[in-house]
Design a protein around this ligand. Structure first.
Ligand SMILES: Nc1ncnc2c1ncn2[C@@H]1O[C@H](COP(=O)(O)OP(=O)(O)OP(=O)(O)O)[C@@H](O)[C@H]1O
Length: 436
């Protein structure tokens, strides 16, 4: 009995009825069949394609080093769902997903290969649309609590009121501060950032309020503080909970009547500045412990916004992973199109105690390590118990920390990077053990 597939016309009709592009090649990779969808996606006609080397017609970014058909020939295994870009007849890049398999005769000898591919343009466009829909001033989130914050931010920004941002490290407090500044009428004046936890008291005072020549040994000239640099604009006081009590009094005075004095000077200056402060610590708790002035707390707490940690917004992780992949591929000039399924599962299950910052670090590292077109499990750091302890933001003991400090020859930036923590956290740890 003759089989349906014995008749080449039937075979072509069957192939043409498939929505995916399909072409076959001989062992020398010359095209032996080309279906209708392949014509549609590539823009080349069947007549043009037949007999040509497949890399002349089906021009992808992996033809020369990662050709799926060659891989299938070499391994004898099917290659599935590789995402690549193909150039159509008019040199437009089209994202596609490719499968490749070897074709054998009855004796098992290789007689060619078949490649099928699906146009992902619409899917990609949809994904971009989703990203846009959930984006707000460089931030992305589909979490209802975050969306509420995005919603009220324009009004908050317009009010010129002091804002207190509360959220764990890496949740995006600085991005919120920037959005508030950019949405406010002060947006044509500077936004100046100062981290209140990163400097010892005297230097911090000089940094915020400015310093008069001779106020202390290192003060060799008059210098403007960040408050003066932010004139007309916004001053973002990060880690306000770390502000020493003496400076809290000074700051309160600026908040109450816009007046301050530079370090070592008795000349009173006026400031026209909007304040946004942030803390990863609960300021009310610090007030109870008498480490933060209650009057300053009330002054700062006019509009308080709480940014939820990433662990309370799982729905954001896939969005952030996609955004991070795009961002770091662009930065490092790579063409990685996705995460493999096992890698994605691992990334979705990750604890991200360092919040969005940690997620970004993990993806950037993976992008740097990855040579192929998708991120694999091996590109993602495994969670060791040591890493887990550090992730919980627990401070290591004094010996361990001092040993690490020596290993990095006192370079705090490198040490913080090594530990996967920000410099402020490291500074707190060093302070705790009196290592600074
Ligand atoms: N929702 C978000 N969408 C996109 N990127 C984000 C988002 N939230 C945070 N990021 C990114 O994560 C990183 C950390 O954010 P940011 O510095 O604003 O956090 P933070 O809360 O101020 O941290 P810290 O308390 O340690 O100073 C930045 O690179 C920021 O761009």
């Amino acid at each position: 009995m003759t089989q349906l597939t014995d008749n080449p016309v039937h075979v072509q009709t069957i192939l043409d009825s498939v929505a995916d592009g399909v072409f076959t090649v001989d062992p020398q990779l010359r095209i032996t069949s080309f279906n209708h969808a392949a014509e549609e996606i590539t823009g080349f006609s069947r007549a043009e394609a037949l007999g040509q080397p497949c890399c002349e017609i089906f021009r992808t970014n992996v033809c020369f080093d990662q050709c799926p058909l060659r891989k299938a020939f070499a391994s004898g295994e099917n290659i599935t769902n590789i995402e690549v870009d193909v150039l159509d007849r008019h040199n437009r890049e089209i994202p596609i997903s490719v499968n490749a398999s070897v074709l054998r005769d009855e004796r098992g000898d290789v007689i060619g290969g078949v490649e099928t591919f699906r146009d992902l343009s619409q899917l990609r466009a949809l994904a971009n649309e989703v990203q846009k829909q959930f984006s707000f001033h460089d931030m992305i989130s589909r979490n209802p609590r975050m969306q509420q914050l995005f919603d009220i931010l324009p009004d908050v920004a317009n009010s010129d009121a002091t804002v207190l941002l509360h959220g764990a490290s890496g949740t995006g407090k600085e991005l919120f501060a920037r959005a508030i500044h950019n949405l406010s009428t002060r947006n044509n004046q500077p936004l100046v950032v100062i981290n209140c936890g990163a400097l010892p008291e005297q230097l911090l005072e000089a940094e915020i309020f400015g310093v008069r020549k001779g106020a202390y040994t290192g003060a060799i000239a008059n210098r403007k503080g960040r408050l003066a640099l932010a004139e007309g604009g916004t001053l973002f006081l990060d880690e306000i909970g770390d502000l020493p009590l003496s400076l809290q009094v000074k700051l309160l005075r600026v908040l109450e009547n816009n007046e301050y004095q530079a370090l070592g000077s008795d000349e009173t200056r006026r400031a026209d500045v909007r304040f946004v402060a942030a803390s990863h610590r609960d300021l009310a708790h610090l007030v109870e412990e008498k480490r933060f002035r209650q009057d300053l707390y009330y002054r700062l707490n006019v509009v308080a916004l709480h940014i939820p940690p990433l662990s309370e917004r799982d729905e954001d992780i896939p969005l952030l992973l996609d955004m991070a992949l795009q961002r770091f591929c662009h930065k490092h000039g790579k063409k990685i199109v996705r995460f493999s399924q096992p890698a994605l599962e691992q990334l979705l299950a990750y604890p991200y105690e360092g919040n969005v910052r940690e997620l970004l670090n993990i993806v950037e590292r993976a992008v740097i390590l990855c040579r192929g077109s998708q991120i694999e499990v091996m590109h993602i750091p495994a969670l060791t118990s040591n890493a887990l302890a550090l992730k919980k933001n627990r401070c290591p003991d004094k010996d361990a920390l001092s040993h690490l400090l020596q290993r990095f020859q006192g370079n705090r930036q490198q040490l913080a990077q090594h530990l996967g923590i920000d410099r402020t956290t490291l500074w707190r740890w060093l302070k705790k053990h009196q290592l600074n």
